[in-house]
Design a protein around this ligand. Structure first.
Ligand SMILES: *[C@@H]1O[C@H](CO)[C@@H](O)[C@H](O)[C@H]1NC(C)=O
Ligand SMILES: *[C@@H]1O[C@H](CO)[C@@H](O)[C@H](O)[C@H]1NC(C)=O
Ligand SMILES: *[C@@H]1O[C@H](CO)[C@@H](O)[C@H](O)[C@H]1NC(C)=O
Ligand SMILES: *[C@@H]1O[C@H](CO)[C@@H](O)[C@H](O)[C@H]1NC(C)=O
Ligand SMILES: *[C@@H]1O[C@H](CO)[C@@H](O)[C@H](O)[C@H]1NC(C)=O
Ligand SMILES: [Zn+2]
Length: 622
């Protein structure tokens, strides 16, 4: 900043300052600010790149030295940011772009020098606890003797991917599922509870020293939506009827499978029966829905093709390049990790931007199945975004919001999940392609994985917003978590959970301290973007009236569409240089987030559920 003042002083000193017209002064000022911002941006780029390399090393081959370096870098970066943001800039004299750069760079919590180190240590502790093994205690009350490969007392396993995978199995006795669920939650929750509380305190202090009420306000600000909290709950109201019907039918099916001793046909569903550790994705329950006459088992199909995980990555790349989006780089193929090896400590799928030309990487502990095929497309969507905005200044090398970043791969995946494309991948036979039950089956696949995620992603952050506001007493944290689960999701724990536990802490993003409402918005946005891609494919523009078409959205095959890819790229290239309504306007007819495409996509499911509920006299609600 001193450079700016200096230059203005020189202007003053030469006596001509008064004569310089206001406009000229402004231009001068903007020029100086521009030079200063360029320097700041190049520092930022340097920090980003260093941090990304250290993070990658920590995820793939960690050691104490790297951990120490990462914290030192965090401290240096924090000090640098504080210094940059202390500069006083005459905002009325700067350009809108300059203002946006400064805004993006300087928003957020403001940590002191010492505090940031302590905070980073707590985050390290949280991640260590989540990623360490759990040694199973006790025994399940009842087991399915013929179910193979079930762990025993004393076996030590990771939450991700080991226990998470077990929770998806449908051949186990409910008591076995409950045992796994309890072991994971009893072990990890209490271990992360105290460090989580400490992390909240640090973040709240840092947020308040930059003028925010608490860290939740910082998190919400990133999405650049006025009154985000009301906004998301209003959106949820539009989707809730569909969720509640799906919930009712799934409960009915589970009741038929497990009987009254495990399921109350009019009550909430115990979480361990939903085929997922957190009950956020019910696709494992697909077999309960006999909607397909032909036997479509996509996992089996993938496995019978003898593909490797890398082959699935190549298939995903083929879809993106068919839209004329860039292919993955040499460094991607050289450095990415697709399958578990002895060094991987992080099995949560990740797409990394190393902030140096052409260096983008994927990290996952993949297996050959549909879920990982989906994760590959999701992560590759992030990478396409990274590549698209790499020409932007460092401060704009980001999604227009994180919700958009999360949406790209999933929007594309809607195109993959069409009968035509799966047939192209030879995952459907010719007969299955023309069988009209196939599309319903695929749509159920989508519905079971996407619809339950919506109330889940809503409460994961509602929960933290209230904790950040200090509205929930510490000894009521767990109670409040299950209160929200029951109210919005109709889901309960396997047994009464006392206040000692911290069940939310058993979900990756809580100890990882990653905001979650982005996934809520993404669930809606991704279908909106997919619909635009579909219109671009069919008509070459988004202004056409798709409503006139009799092609249902869920059958829209966007593979190979140059038009769709072009607009998607145009949106992504902007990075965070424009706010999201502007970005959305590039690809969509309206600059608003709307649930309409989502509800349209699932219309056949809605109709099916309604009919099922009426003809089986199923109770709806809980
Ligand atoms: C028990 O396991 C076997 C083998 O995996 C499976 O076929 C069977 O359906 C399971 N039984 C129950 C009640 O889930
Ligand atoms: C997959 O591998 C098995 C065993 O090696 C072989 O029998 C089968 O023909 C292969 N399938 C394909 C589609 O290559
Ligand atoms: C695991 O880490 C060791 C030590 O850094 C290294 O020599 C080895 O190549 C790594 N293995 C894999 C599969 O990356
Ligand atoms: C499938 O399509 C045929 C021919 O259009 C139709 O007669 C039949 O009712 C359809 N079945 C379902 C389940 O929609
Ligand atoms: C759960 O336990 C608490 C405290 O022991 C008790 O007050 C509450 O009634 C119990 N809830 C249920 C549903 O059993
Ligand atoms: Zn993601």
């Amino acid at each position: 900043m001193w450079k700016i003042l200096c230059l203005l002083n020189v202007l003053c000193a030469c006596g001509s300052f008064q004569q310089i017209s206001n406009d000229l002064k402004k231009v001068q000022y903007q020029y100086v600010v521009e030079k200063w911002l360029n320097d700041v941006d190049s520092d930022l780029s340097h920090f980003n790149s260093l941090a990304a390399h250290l993070t990658w090393k920590l995820s793939t081959d960690p050691d104490e030295k790297t951990l120490w370096q990462a914290r030192q870098l965090g401290k240096a970066r924090n000090r640098w940011k504080n210094k940059v943001c202390e500069s006083t800039i005459r905002t009325d004299w700067t350009t809108p772009e300059q203002r946006r750069k400064i805004y993006l760079m300087c928003r957020g919590p403001k940590f002191g020098d010492q505090m940031v180190l302590e905070y980073l240590e707590v985050l390290g502790k949280l991640s260590e606890e989540y990623n360490s093994e759990v040694c199973l205690e006790g025994r399940p009350v009842k087991v399915n003797e013929s179910a193979p490969n079930f762990p025993e007392e004393g076996d030590c396993l990771y939450g991700e991917p080991d226990l998470e995978r077990i929770m998806k199995r449908t051949d186990l006795d409910p008591e076995q599922l409950k045992w796994i669920w309890l072991n994971w939650h009893d072990s990890v929750g209490p271990r992360v509870k105290v460090p989580f509380r400490v992390a909240v305190e640090y973040q709240n202090l840092a947020a308040r020293s930059n003028g925010y009420d608490d860290i939740g306000a910082v998190w919400r600000e990133e999405l650049e939506t006025p009154d985000l909290e009301k906004f998301v709950f209003d959106l949820y109201e539009e989707i809730q009827p569909l969720y509640v019907m799906l919930h009712a039918v799934v409960r009915h099916k589970l009741y038929q499978k497990y009987g009254p001793s495990h399921i109350d046909p009019k009550g909430p569903i115990p979480v361990h029966l939903l085929g997922n550790m957190w009950g956020q994705d019910w696709v494992s329950l697909l077999e309960l829905f006999s909607v397909s006459s032909a036997n479509i088992n996509l996992n089996e199909k993938l496995q019978n093709k003898n593909l490797t995980v890398k082959d699935m990555v190549l298939e995903a790349e083929d879809f993106y390049t068919s839209l004329r989006l860039p292919e993955m780089t040499d460094k991607f193929w050289k450095f990415s990790i697709f399958e578990e090896n002895e060094n991987t400590t992080l099995c949560h799928g990740t797409a990394a931007d190393l902030y140096s030309r052409d260096d983008f990487r994927m990290l996952m502990c993949g297996k050959v199945n549909m879920e990982d095929f989906y994760i590959i497309h999701h992560e590759m969507g992030h990478i396409e975004y990274y590549m698209a905005y790499q020409e932007q200044p460092a401060v704009f090398q980001d999604g227009t919001t994180t919700a958009f970043h999360e949406s790209i791969g999933d929007a594309v995946m809607h195109g993959v999940m069409t009968p035509q494309h799966l047939h192209r991948l030879s995952l459907l036979t010719d007969n299955q392609l023309i069988d009209n039950n196939t599309e319903l089956y695929l749509l159920f696949y989508q519905a079971l994985s996407k619809i339950p995620e919506i109330p889940f992603s809503l409460i994961i952050d509602k929960y933290r917003w209230e904790i950040f506001r200090d509205n929930v007493p510490y000894d009521k944290w767990n109670e409040y978590y299950w209160h929200l689960n029951k109210k919005y999701r109709g889901i309960v724990p396997p047994e009464n959970r006392s206040g000692r536990y911290f069940d939310a802490g058993a979900k990756f993003h809580i100890p990882d301290n990653t905001p979650y409402i982005r996934y809520f918005l993404s669930s809606i946005l991704q279908v909106q973007i997919f619909k635009s891609l579909c219109e671009l494919t069919l008509y070459g523009s988004v202004a056409s009236s798709y409503e006139d078409s009799d092609l249902p959205l869920h059958k829209c095959d966007i593979y190979g569409s140059k038009n769709a890819g072009k607009k998607l790229l145009a949106m992504m290239e902007k990075g965070s240089s424009i706010p999201w309504p502007e970005a959305l306007s590039i690809i969509s007819e309206t600059p608003q987030i709307s649930t309409k495409p989502f509800l349209e996509y699932y219309k056949p499911i809605y109709t099916w559920l309604k009919k099922y509920i009426e003809s089986n006299d199923v109770y709806v609600g809980w």
